[in-house]
Design a protein around this ligand. Structure first.
Ligand code: PRP
Length: 214
């Protein structure tokens, strides 16, 4: 992971296969079918990277030959995709963390004000004791992520990691100023937002590209 002194809450995942797949997602000509397929593959690699310091329980296990030390994950994990685009990351995480429970936060941005509008939320009961991975391919102004983190905290969640594919400096700064306890893991830190609040260079509207609504 790469860290930058000006963004103390940001951990950039640095892996050639992730860079290759993110480039496919960025391309305008990538079809919805390919976008979904590559998003799944990329998200699995991201899930692997952001799980690298999960805590383990040790126990004795029996191989066909002898007794040895075995491991299980000691933490309950809850995935919270931010609807809609975050849904495109849920399957990749579930592939590596099949015991995880899944909560949902429904938010969309008002296209004029860019303020997040919430329309749905539902969380598993164990929110308080679990480690939460909040999933959204894009962190633009940070309004949606920051609101989703506030929802999770209101329901008792306290250990939250935000996982994005592309993040804009504006969003990283907003999440840091409003939720200093939440680390952000991202595959790329992009340059800036345009006047419509889109990430540059970005990958377009991930929700539209996942669901074919563009
Ligand atoms: C996009 C994206 C994030 C949000 C990022 O969702 O998936 O949730 O915008 O922007 P922000 O950081 O400025 O809040 P969008 O509003 O397009 O909704 P959708 O996923 O339903 O398409």
């Amino acid at each position: 992971m790469i860290t930058l002194p000006q963004y103390p809450n940001l951990y950039l995942i640095d892996h050639p296969l992730i860079k290759r797949d993110l480039s496919i997602l960025r391309k305008k000509k990538t079809s919805n079918v390919v976008f979904r397929t590559v998003l799944f593959r990329l998200t699995k690699m991201v899930a692997y990277e952001v799980s690298s310091n999960l805590e383990l329980n040790e126990s004795e296990i029996e191989t066909p030959l002898e007794i040895t030390r075995g491991y299980t994950l000691s933490e309950e994990i809850i995935l919270v995709p931010i609807l809609r685009a975050g849904l495109g990351m849920a399957d990749g995480f579930l592939d590596l963390l099949p015991d995880a429970k899944v909560g949902h936060v429904g938010l969309y941005r008002n296209e004029e004000t860019l303020a997040p509008v919430d329309y749905y939320s539902k969380f598993p009961g164990a929110l308080k004791s679990s480690l939460v991975f909040l999933l959204d391919p894009m962190l633009a102004t940070g309004g949606s992520a920051s609101a989703a983190i506030s929802f999770i905290k209101e329901k008792g969640g306290s250990r939250i990691r935000l996982v994005n594919l592309v993040a804009a400096p504006e969003g990283v700064r907003k999440v840091h100023s409003e939720h200093q306890d939440v680390p952000i893991f991202a595959a790329a830190l992009d340059r800036e937002l345009n006047s419509s609040g889109f990430i540059l260079p970005g990958l377009g509207d991930a929700g539209d590209r996942v669901f074919g609504t563009d």
